[in-house]
Design a protein around this ligand. Structure first.
Ligand code: HPA
Length: 271
């Protein structure tokens, strides 16, 4: 495992011109166009990268992108690996291990999610304050490499309070409506039944999605600071659960993209 991470990191380093970034961004469903705001881009297709899984799902192009966002050097993942695609958790989180090996210190994550909090509207942005991990497999199960992180990692502040505060300040400055809440990570690929949405809300969730939690766990295991946001693309609120499709999720995510971008760009370049 350690050798594989090193091999992949060495390859990426050999392909990138200029300084290595300390900040990485994982772009979620329908949010890949955020890369349009990254300047001086260098693309590395996942298919070129040794040991990298290849993304299969519609709407997720697979590229590692290096460039500048605002004034900061960043590395972005355009397309991520989902558990429901059939990858195991070590594969899903492998890119985060590689990021750490490349010197990444801060990880920004975005995703599309279904809202269960009755105050939410489609197109809202939810800053993730905490998560509930309901994936059936844990990314840290198995042998622990102390070089990568501790056996029993603390999760009391998975999502950086410092970055959340700055994001709220930025949203206020720019007059962007942002919600905050708990993200429930589940395997998918089915969207939830009305009873499941209700259940996830009762246990403390405000939004539910099929990603993010594994990557955040590994990022925290490796000591990175994490900030994550969901775009609420559909509602699983009692009485108003409607049919959900991947197309609708993508459309709603795209609609919210400019708001999300403004917050992310400011946050990444300032902090
Ligand atoms: N459930 C799970 N994942 C999702 C949803 C949802 O309602 N919307 C977008 N991703």
């Amino acid at each position: 495992m350690l050798q594989t991470i090193k091999q992949t990191a060495d390859y990426i380093r050999s392909r990138v011109e200029g300084e290595m970034p300390k900040t990485a961004i994982i772009l979620g469903t329908g949010l890949g166009a955020l890369v349009d705001h990254i300047d001086n881009k260098q693309y590395i297709p996942y298919t070129d990268i040794p040991n990298f899984p290849v993304s299969t799902v519609e709407g997720h192009s697979g590229n590692l992108i290096f460039g500048t966002l605002g004034s900061k050097r960043v590395m972005a993942m355009q397309g991520r690996f989902h558990f429901y695609e059939g990858y195991d958790m070590k594969q899903v989180t492998f890119p985060v291990r590689v990021m750490k090996a490349l010197g990444i210190e801060t990880l920004f994550v975005s995703n599309a999610a279904g809202g269960m909090n009755p105050a939410f509207e489609i197109g809202d942005i939810m800053i993730i304050t905490d998560h509930i991990n309901l994936f059936p497999e844990h990314p840290l199960r198995g042998k622990n490499y102390n070089e990568l992180g501790p056996r029993f990692p603390d999760m009391s502040e998975a999502y950086s309070h410092r970055l959340i505060k700055h994001a709220l300040d930025i949203a206020k400055e720019k007059d962007i409506r942002v919600m905050q809440g708990v993200y429930v990570g589940t395997s998918g690929p089915t969207f939830e039944t009305p009873a499941e949405y209700r259940y996830f809300h009762i246990i403390g969730g405000d939004a539910v999605g099929m990603s993010t939690v594994p990557e955040v766990i590994v990022a925290r295991h490796s000591g990175m600071e994490v900030f994550a946001v969901s775009v609420i693309t559909d509602l699983g609120v009692e009485g108003i659960v409607e049919k959900v499709s991947h197309e609708e999720v993508q459309k709603a995510a795209q609609g919210a993209q400019p708001k999300m971008m403004e917050i992310m760009r400011e946050l990444v370049s300032r902090f």
